[in-house]
Design a protein around this ligand. Sequence first.
Ligand code: IPE
Ligand code: IPE
Ligand code: MG
Length: 247
Amino acid sequence: MKEQIDRQNIPQHIAVIMDGNGRWAQKKGAMRIFGHRNALTAVRETIESCVDLGVKYLTLYAFSTENWSRPQDEVNALMEILINSITNEVPTMMENNITLSSIGNIQSLPDSAQRKLQEAYELTKSNTGLTVFLALSYSGRWEIQQAVQDIAKKLVNQEINLEEITQELISAHMNTANVPDPELLVRTSGELRISNFLLWQMAYTELYFTDTLWPDFRKEHLWEAILDYQKRERRFGKTGAQIKGKG
Ligand code: IPE
Ligand code: IPE
Ligand code: MG
């Protein structure tokens, strides 16, 4: 299947909603947390295939603003898994020239998680291959709210005027400043929704949904998503004929 992928048409930026850990565990008669603990292989395989295909940015939705309302035990377990995973994965990231970064309200995370993330940013910041963004305590509306507040502050302080509030300026005030919008979104577990992910950035993203639960997600599943993406015609409001250069 990998051979069918057109290497000239690889998305630069892939976003993933890693969903279905809880149901994966429950199907096995285990606690939800067991699903989270078994999610790392899928993360690793996704990262490896992105490196292999030359994807430039991968944004992984790991914990949403709304996920803070889960039972405290589950939230604690997720934070612990986050810290351990970063510790374990940083050496591999160094070997593969990967930069680790994040988006979201990082200051709301426990201090230990913030320190671990900071450490990983510092270690990997000079790498030049794939950049992996972990979306942590992230939601699209939160991000837009932050951007509006930042821009309003500049306006009040007369650092900018009204006409300077362009779409480019708004993009530059998002957590993803300087990162191209994702061309492809993958969501696992069969849910057909965005769940407050990258609302501004996904205006023209191609959406791909699969019933596979996140802990079962492997390289083949990502290849399948990319192949599906490559079959689509991205029209951006134009006609098909225009896109084919015949319009
Ligand atoms: C995704 O799996 C992981 C997080 C949201 C942190 P879920 O925990 O949402 O699993 P389901 O959707 O309940 O199966
Ligand atoms: C979205 O999954 C958030 C992450 C994958 C981190 P959820 O499981 O929280 O989404 P909903 O609540 O089903 O929409
Ligand atoms: Mg879920």
